[in-house]
Ligand binder design. Structure first.
Ligand code: ARG
Length: 466
């Protein structure tokens, strides 16, 4: 934003100080370079506090009105880019209060009655993180919609399902897309849960012990959209678990994005060709003209490193801190800011990429039929039709897979006499279970990959997201 200006004395707490701080002390101590992002929350908190001070008779209505007006002027100065942030005033709280007093004089000096920067920063930061929970929920909802649209388009398209990245059983494209809808839905509920828990107002806890002024904490809590005031002043100013919950939920979410990103990298390769990523989310090479690199997917695969790094950093800052506030906790903000920015950008990029990608239905189907993907169907048929114990059926099927592998063909290409060489009871009927379409249709258990199951889940999600 605007330039930082240094002066010598600290007008806000300099009473007992004979000299100003060392320049390096100012550099390590000041948070204004980053906590200016909390300006809107800080001003909202101060306006609620001033109105409450007047309602409880702690300051006059005239002073409260001057403060309220003055804070709006400060807000417009910051948003208009004309505000000078001062490093010597440490942080956003002192910068706003100091400018307010410049503007309105004595009433400005009454604003800090019955509060401390400790409850102020706890309040501002909760408000900010609360907004980020809402933004994450919104971003996740959009991404779920993009996956759902993909699922709907290819509810019954067959593709190989993998375990160990080896062909396992045929599944449907819609089923694979819906797997991510499930994951993202749990991510969404983690942010909603965290939001609910953090929605208590620390304002009025003051430095750590509460205040002797007859403040009304319920009034400020309501004004700022909190469910209630926090119930223990020591806890109010000293915990940052709400930020850690946000970071933890963000890490889990980024891990989910990273997994799909990896699938996209694999799927968009020339060897797989399962999907085509649009030009909007890929880049070319400066030397190899044929290249279309999945850079966005690769970056999304990597972003968890950054978000989890922030999570570990804040846990490390908080570990072992005795109650209540310690300046260590000023190190909370940059981590959360960076993680939140990274997560919102990641959600937007993934939503764009998923919306724009085109699945290659024919390649998916061909690939689904390779790698003896219906071997389990054959074993299940031996159990169902011939009454073989599953272990025996598994063994018989294994010998047929070995035979097909030796011949260089797939299971449906084996002749009936070849099949009966492994077990005399096998009949022509077995061929019906060796096709991939029948295979996926047969997995009709609840939550299974059969198109009917997938369509039922699509309907449920459509209703839920509507
Ligand atoms: N800038 C500080 C922070 O982010 C605000 C609280 C400062 N409180 C104090 N007593 N020094 O944590």
């Amino acid at each position: 934003m605007t330039a930082l200006k240094d002066t010598k004395a600290n007008a806000m707490w300099g009473g007992r100080f004979a000299s100003g701080p060392d320049a390096i002390m100012t550099a390590i101590n000041a948070s204004i370079g980053f906590d200016q992002r909390l300006y809107a929350q800080d001003i909202a908190g101060s306006r609620a506090h001033a109105a409450m001070l007047a309602a409880t008779g702690i300051i006059t209505p005239n002073d409260a009105a001057a403060i309220g007006e003055g804070l709006l002027t400060v807000l417009s100065e910051i948003e208009g880019g004309t505000f000078t942030f001062r490093t010597d005033l440490e942080d956003i709280h002192l910068n706003v209060e100091s400018r307010l007093t410049d503007l309105i004089g004595e009433p400005g000096k009454r604003l800090h009655t019955g509060r401390s920067r400790n409850d102020q920063v706890a309040t501002d930061f909760r408000l900010w993180v609360r907004d980020q929970c809402d933004a994450a929920i919104q971003g996740l909802t959009a991404l779920m919609g993009a996956f759902l649209a993909q699922a709907e388009q290819g509810a019954d398209w067959v593709m190989p399902g993998f375990t160990h990245l080896q062909t396992a059983q045929p599944v449907t494209w819609g089923h694979h897309m819906l797997a991510y809808v499930e994951m993202l839905s749990r991510d969404r509920s983690r942010f909603a849960d965290a939001r609910k828990r953090m929605n208590e107002c620390p304002l009025g806890a003051a430095a750590l012990a509460g205040t002797s002024f007859p403040i009304d904490r319920h009034m400020t809590a309501t004004a700022l959209g909190f469910d209630r005031p926090t119930a223990n002043s020591l806890d109010s100013v000293s915990d940052r678990d709400f930020a850690l919950e946000f970071l933890s939920a963000s890490s889990i979410c980024a891990m989910h994005l990273s997994r799909f990103a990896e699938e996209l990298v694999i799927w968009s390769s020339a060897q797989f060709r399962f999907v085509r990523l649009s030009d909007k989310w890929t880049t070319g090479s400066s030397i190899m003209p044929q290249k279309k690199n999945p850079d966005a997917a690769e970056l999304l695969r990597a972003k968890l490193g950054r978000i989890l790094g922030a999570t570990v950093a804040l846990f490390t800052v908080m570990k072992g801190l005795a109650l209540t506030y310690s300046k260590d906790m000023q190190e909370d903000k940059e981590q959360v800011f960076d993680a939140a920015d990274t997560l919102m950008l990641s959600l937007a990029a993934m939503t764009g990429m998923v919306s724009d990608m085109t699945a290659n239905r024919a390649v998916l189907e061909t690939s689904a039929a390779s790698g003896f993907s219906t071997a389990t169907d054959l074993a299940d048929w031996l159990v169902r039709a011939l009454g073989l114990p599953f272990r025996e059926a598994h063994h018989v099927t294994g010998s047929l897979v070995a035979l097909a592998e030796k011949k260089g063909c797939d299971l449906p290409d084996l002749s009936l006499s070849e099949l009966t060489s492994a077990h005399p009871g096998i009949t022509q009927e077995v061929y019906s279970v060796l096709g991939v379409q029948n295979s996926v249709r047969s997995r009709n258990s609840y939550g299974g990959t059969a198109p009917d199951q997938v369509r039922a889940q699509i309907a449920r999600w459509k209703a839920e997201l509507a």
